[in-house]
Structures are given as C-alpha cells and as structure tokens.
Design a binder for this molecule. Structure first.
Ligand code: ADP
Length: 449
C-alpha cells in the first residue's frame, strides 16, 4: 500500500482524492499556488506545500516544484486528478524516475492515447469501432479531397494534437474543403504548435457516450458501463448521466465488452474512458482519456464502486477489487457541473461566496471545495462543484434533482444553477431525447427570445 500521496491538483477533485486517501488510511499532501492558500483541500490535507504563484504554469503545471514538494514531504505517490498534469506522459515518467508512484497509466499509454491519430489506429487495432476517416494526417489538399469524397460530405477536419474542440472545422461540401483545411491547420498550429490535421466523417446528430474502463496493468480489465455526456456547450460537458437514455442492456454489454477486451489486450493500467459518438445504433470511437474524469461520480453512483480507491489499489499493485461478473448496475444517476459563470452569457464570475448551503438527503452528493466566505480566484477554470443525484429510476433521479436544485444556495457569485433548473423542466430533457447539438440549439433559441 502507498503511505503518503501528494495530490497535484486543486478544487473539488483535490478534495475527492483526499477523501479516498483518508478512508484508506493514507497520509495526504496538498500542493497549492499562492492564490489557493485558503482552499479547502489545503485545510483538510495532513500537510501542504506552496508550489508557486497563481498562474498554473508556475504552480500546478510546474513539474520541478511538484517533485520538490514530494521530496520535502516524503510522498511516495502522486495523484494528478484531471486536467493539469494528468495526461502529461513526461510528468508520469519523471515521477517514476524519482521513485514516486504515478497514480495512473504508464507514460507509454498516456503518450499513445494523447496523439489522436495514434489513438485511433490503436483503437482500430484493438477491435474498437472508429469513425470512418483518413488513416493518418493529411498534408495534401488533393489527397484530402479524395478521402473526403470517399467517406462522403460533410466531413470534419480535426487537429492531431487537438483538445477542447479547438482546431475543428466542418466542410459541408467540396467547395468548403480547402478553406476548412487551411483554417483548421492555422488554428491547430497556433493552439498546439502542431498543424497536422486529419479527416473524419461528420456525424450530424450523434450522442456522446463514453465507457469507463479499468485495468490492472497485467492483462485484466473491466468496464463499468457508460455515461451519456451529450449535453455540451462549446464541447464542454454540462450534464452527464448513467445510464444513457439511448442504450439498452444488450448494447451496453456489447460495447462494454469490446472496450474491456481492448484494455486487457493492451495491458492498460488504472482508470480510463473510451469516448464514442453514437448514432443510429453504431458506436464511433473519438478518443480515450487516460485519467479519472470529472463525471466519474455518476458511475460510482450506479456501481457502488469508489473509483479513486480502485486507482490507488491498482497503483499499489493490488489489482482490481472486482471481476466483471461482480459489477452490477443499479438505478440512474445525473451530474450537473456547477460553474461560477453567468447562466446566460457564461462569462466567468469569480468573487466571494457570501452564503453557501449544500443540499443533502438520500441519493444526493455534492463534490465541491467551496464554503461560505470562500473567494473564487480568477486564475483557474470556473467549475466550483458538482451535484450528483441517484435514484432507482431516471424519473426518481430527476425528481430528486429538482428538489436538490431547489435546496442548494450559492450567493455572492453568479452560477450556472438556473440553467439546470430550466433544463429539468424541458420536455426533451425529461424524455432523455437529446444529441450533442441539443444544448447549443436550446441556448441559441433562448438567447433570441
Ligand atoms: P477534443 O479532443 O478537441 O475534445 P474530440 O475528438 O473529443 O476533440 O471531439 C470533441 C467533440 O467534437 C465531440 O464531443 C463531438 O461533440 C464533436 N465531434 C468530434 N468528432 C466528430 C465527428 N466525427 N462528427 C461530429 N462531431 C464530432
């Protein structure tokens, strides 16, 4: 077992990891920037180390400082959370080189899945269904045209080093293609320092469905079912649920088994998420995230498994706590991401929380690092908490969510809570009838009223 874990993150996820460590009797070390002196993860950890000034590149992304904090505190492992260094293969390598266990996959797997083209090739080789498209980067416009004609318009140009939906352009027809290629390349070059792009068939009305997987690094792997994260704004997930209202048990089992088999073949270690677009009964791989996801609690709610405990077990070499046949799915769960943003314009709203009340009761979970009097710093992303609700059925879950949304109070800053209060009354949402464009359309329509 690990003795002392340094949590290389902040906010709700730092707290989430800290809770799991405490339960397992593992000491915790928080790291923080000077902007986070009063953060809850710093208060609750056994020890804390200040690793630099507010900008993330000088603190939460500062590898030498984080390694120094490990050395000072005697931490024998690092949990990277999500974002920041969680998918940085170099960081994973450096940790291992300093005899600090990186709680996550091998650097090799992070690298392989971090390159979108390589990831797609790997997925295909492992028997995972992928979106039809170019076999690799396209450099030549006439080759691009040939491929696009082959798969059929509309097509999507994507950046090989992409992330967060940047560097993506749709070409509706042949005439748009060279312009779309040029714009995507320019955007990708500016954002990622790599202008290579590839082509995919553009799916018009898919859902975003992802499979949670876990491997022990020795060839055993399981899946924990799917999450439906179709409700997105600017490619950022807003509301996530498990199970997906669009899948039946047979489909769930089929895609889950494909993913678990693929992870077993590659000897994947730790938590991972295989993301798909789902349209007309077909799954199309888009990418794999080699870390814990923001939305992991919905999976925890329906499986009863603590994913961070599981990550720590695997990192300690104790293997998985369950076999596939021991995993059961129970009820329905929904997560709402609460951002400190204007609920109509989505402009960030940092500031001091003057009053805070968290909802409670059966089936209600709040993962958040905020408290009354907490000043949300302007330097980081605007996620201030997650409300996760579980019920025996989707209907019961929605009923409980409505009640919890009525109960929660966050005063002093603007939050996206009113958006969820609107969504829950919407007939499409109530029916589970939405695709990845639904929320954008809804917001556009609402703005024009
Ligand atoms: P990123 O790494 O930039 O987030 P992804 O490949 O995960 O890129 O895609 C981000 C989002 O873009 C997806 O969640 C989906 O909404 C949309 N998208 C990606 N590929 C396609 C596609 N082939 N057709 C339609 N939409 C797509």
């Amino acid at each position: 077992m690990l003795n002392k874990v340094l949590i290389a993150n902040r906010g709700e996820i730092a707290l989430r990891v800290l809770r799991a460590c405490k339960e397992l009797g593992i000491s915790t070390v928080a790291v923080h920037s000077t902007a986070d002196n009063a953060a809850m993860h710093v208060r609750l950890a056994d020890e804390s180390v200040c690793i630099g000034p507010p900008p993330a590149r000088d603190s939460y992304l500062n590898i030498p400082q984080i390694l120094a904090a490990c050395e000072i505190s005697g931490a024998d492992a690092v949990h990277p959370g999500y974002g920041f260094l969680s998918e940085n293969a170099r960081f994973a390598e450096i940790c291992e080189a300093h005899n600090v266990t990186f709680i996550g996959p091998t650097a090799e797997h992070i690298r392989q899945m971090g390159d979108k083209i390589e990831a797609k090739r790997t997925a295909e080789r492992l028997g995972i269904p992928v979106v039809p498209g170019s076999p690799g980067a396209v450099t030549d416009d006439s080759e691009a045209l040939r491929i696009a004609r082959d798969i059929g318009f509309p097509v999507l140009i994507k950046a090989a080093s992409g992330g967060g939906g940047r560097g993506m352009k749709v070409a509706e027809t042949e005439r748009d293609l060279s312009m779309a290629l040029a714009t995507a390349r320019a955007e990708a070059g500016a954002a990622f320092g790599d202008d290579s792009v590839y082509i995919e068939k553009y799916l018009a009305t898919p859902r975003h469905i992802e499979i949670q997987v876990f491997g022990d690094g020795a060839g055993n792997a399981i899946h924990l079912g799917e999450r439906d994260c179709s409700l997105q704004r600017r490619h950022q997930k807003v509301w996530e649920e498990a199970r997906s209202p669009a899948l039946d048990d047979a489909q769930r089992q089929r895609i889950g088994e494909i993913c678990a088999n693929a992870m077993a073949q590659m000897k994947y270690r730790g938590a991972g998420t295989i993301e798909f677009l789902y349209e007309n009964g077909e799954f199309y791989f888009i990418e794999m995230n080699t870390r814990l996801q923001v939305e992991h609690p919905v999976t925890e709610a329906i499986t009863g498994l603590d994913l961070v405990h599981e990550q720590i077990r695997v990192a300690s070499g104790q293997g998985l706590s369950r076999t596939q046949s021991e995993i059961t799915f129970s009820g329905h769960a929904i997560e709402c991401r609460i951002n400190a943003e204007d609920p109509r314009t989505f402009v960030p709203s940092p500031g001091t929380i003057s009053y805070y009340h968290a909802p409670g009761g059966l089936g209600v979970r709040v993962d958040s690092g905020v408290y009354q009097g907490y000043a949300i710093p302007p330097f980081y992303d605007s996620l201030i908490g997650k409300l996760i609700v579980h019920g025996r059925t989707r209907q019961e879950c929605m009923m409980r969510l409505r009640r919890a949304l009525d109960e929660i109070i966050v005063d002093g800053v603007k939050t996206t809570l009113p958006l969820f209060q609107d969504l829950i009354e919407n007939p499409d949402i109530q029916a589970g009838n939405y695709d990845i464009h639904w929320l954008e359309h809804y917001l556009k329509e609402r703005a024009s009223l």
